[in-house]
Design a protein. Structure first.
Length: 158
């Protein structure tokens, strides 16, 4: 799925988010994804019997300061581009506030690439997240967003 997303982004000249090389060709990325799969926080969506997307829920990424309260963090979200436009990302993101509520947590956060035209930030806002802090990791521009469960419970998929 990650390779599919990188190929799709690269074909559109949008290499700032994840570069142009497949994740499967980078041992560090393979190790990270393997760790997510083993963490218990990875959820896979299927359509027509095929893996269509995944979300990884857990603690914040190492480059993000911890929240001052308990939280659930969206560590990764990716969809296989073959299933573009079928609501896979929205369905997966709806799992985050549901799992947070089940854990008694009222804060869900996510970070994303904030470069180019900011389209990814707008996507998360459309899913019910609110911008909090911009940040950079090296030259990579990012945006931290949050969802408070009070708002999420009114409309969990934006």
């Amino acid at each position: 799925m990650f390779d599919s997303a990188v190929a799709w982004l690269t074909a559109r000249g949008r290499t700032g988010q994840w570069g142009s090389e497949p994740f499967s060709a980078d041992p560090a990325r393979v190790e990270r994804i393997t760790g997510w799969a083993e963490s218990g926080g990875m959820r896979i969506a299927e359509l027509d019997g095929e893996p269509a997307g995944c979300i990884v829920l857990g603690p914040p990424m190492p480059y993000i300061p911890p929240a001052p309260e308990p939280e659930l963090y969206v560590q990764a979200l990716v969809t296989d581009r073959r299933f573009h436009g079928r609501g896979v990302g929205s369905a997966l993101l709806a799992l985050a506030p549901a799992e947070a509520a089940a854990r008694g947590v009222s804060l869900v956060r996510v970070d994303c690439y904030a470069g180019d035209d900011g389209r990814l930030v707008k996507y998360y806002e459309g899913q019910g997240f609110t911008r909090t802090e911009p940040f950079t990791v090296g030259e990579w521009p990012g945006q931290l967003l949050e969802m408070r469960l009070g708002r999420a419970s009114q409309d969990p998929i934006g």
